[in-house]
Design a protein around this ligand. Structure first.
Ligand SMILES: NC(=O)c1ccc[n+]([C@@H]2O[C@H](COP(=O)([O-])OP(=O)(O)OC[C@H]3O[C@@H](n4cnc5c(N)ncnc54)[C@H](OP(=O)(O)O)[C@@H]3O)[C@@H](O)[C@H]2O)c1
Length: 329
């Protein structure tokens, strides 16, 4: 039995999910993947914090301790923001480790660089968890792009916004009350700015653009509008006309200019639209492709286990396809 050493960066919702799955599914991974995964170290901001039931010697505040792990194979990253996450993953790749991230803020900005570097180093980058949580949009798109072109991507990429819009329509709640309900249920952060302003959906859309079109649009040209300007009256009026507000991240390549046109904001959709029926905290992504046609995937966009599960699936894929990439150097 091969033993592989893993490190986890961050031990919040995502990091704990990874740790729990590695331990709960130990026997399953031995049987199906032929490996025993050992969590060798966990990076946190505060290593003195008591983390019930977990060996405290696993925790460190120093990334040097992660780099010093002998034969480190894979780094799972679940910390917050662009820095220092990018620098950590860059160093892990340099050391020859596979990296798997849930950090969309970092990956929207640096994902292409990290993937290029990984290719040169012959390691792999997993980022399914960055976009639409448990919905397997990245893997699905990677597969269908082998044959198809993606002409348009449209998605509900922020579950909190979708929950608020659903509550405003179905329960006839004003925005503030629906937001409070989302916070009480743990869907929205104490500071919900990134969710309701559209910024979170924007970062995810940029990740999808890089994959679908091989490039991102100029970020400054992307119109980003949140849901905070939608009134109860507007929602009621739309409902009376058989329409629903959806917060949609939308991107396509303009055939005439070749430019990628992307925007994020509320759209009114009718019953014939693939995103009309997507309620509550769900995420959904609709891909318009040349051969398959239109494909819509729906599922949980966040949460400990949906997110950690797709990260472990990324690692299982890496084990199944261990071939070293061709050097671009
Ligand atoms: N939560 C979800 O459902 C979800 C879904 C998809 C993607 N994501 C993304 O996954 C990432 C993690 O989310 P989360 O919800 O797990 O966050 P979280 O609960 O706030 O946990 C963050 C963890 O990262 C550690 N950390 C933060 N900054 C650090 C730094 N500079 N150096 C070392 N450790 C640091 C914290 O350490 P301490 O414990 O010491 O404070 C904490 O353990 C984020 O980028 C998020 O956008 C989350």
């Amino acid at each position: 039995m091969t033993s592989v050493k893993a490190a986890i960066l961050g031990f919040g919702t995502v990091g704990q999910g990874i740790y729990n799955i590695v331990h709960e599914r130990r026997e399953h991974f031995k049987q199906t993947l032929g490996v025993e995964i050992e969590v060798a170290k966990i990076l946190v901001r505060d290593a003195s914090k008591v983390r019930e039931g977990i060996d405290s010697s696993l925790f460190t505040e120093s990334f040097d301790d992660i780099l010093a792990i002998p034969d480190l194979e894979v780094v799972f990253e679940g910390i917050v923001g662009e820095d220092p996450a990018y620098g950590y993953l860059d160093q892990a790749i340099e050391k020859g480790c596979h990296v798997i991230t849930a950090n969309k803020v970092m990956f929207a900005r640096y994902g292409q660089e990290l993937q290029l570097k990984a290719k040169k180093k012959g390691v792999q980058v997993g980022y399914e968890a960055t976009t639409a949580g448990g919905v397997p949009v990245i893997k699905t798109m990677q597969n269908l792009l082998r044959v198809n072109e993606v002409k348009q991507v449209q998605g509900i990429l922020n579950g909190t916004s979708n929950y608020i819009l659903t509550q405003m329509r179905a329960e006839e709640l004003p925005f503030d009350v629906a937001l409070k309900a989302a916070q009480d249920l743990g869907y929205a952060e104490a500071d919900p700015h990134n969710d309701v302003s559209g910024e979170d959906a924007f970062r995810k859309l940029m990740i999808l653009c890089a994959l679908a079109f091989g490039e991102q649009p100029d970020w400054n040209k992307v119109e980003v509008v949140g849901i905070d300007g939608i009134s109860s009256e507007q929602v009621e009026e739309a409902k009376a006309q058989g329409l629903r507000y959806r917060h949609v991240a939308d991107a396509y390549r303009d055939e005439a200019t070749g430019e990628i046109i992307a925007k994020v904001g509320p759209q009114l959709v009718g019953a014939d639209h693939p995103l009309y029926a997507i309620d509550d905290v769900n995420n959904a992504v609709t891909l318009d492709t040349n051969y398959i046609g239109t494909l819509t995937m729906v599922g949980p966009g966040a949460g400990m286990y949906p997110t950690a599960s797709v990260m472990m699936e990324d690692y299982a894929d890496m084990l199944a396809k261990p071939e070293k990439a061709v050097s671009l150097a």
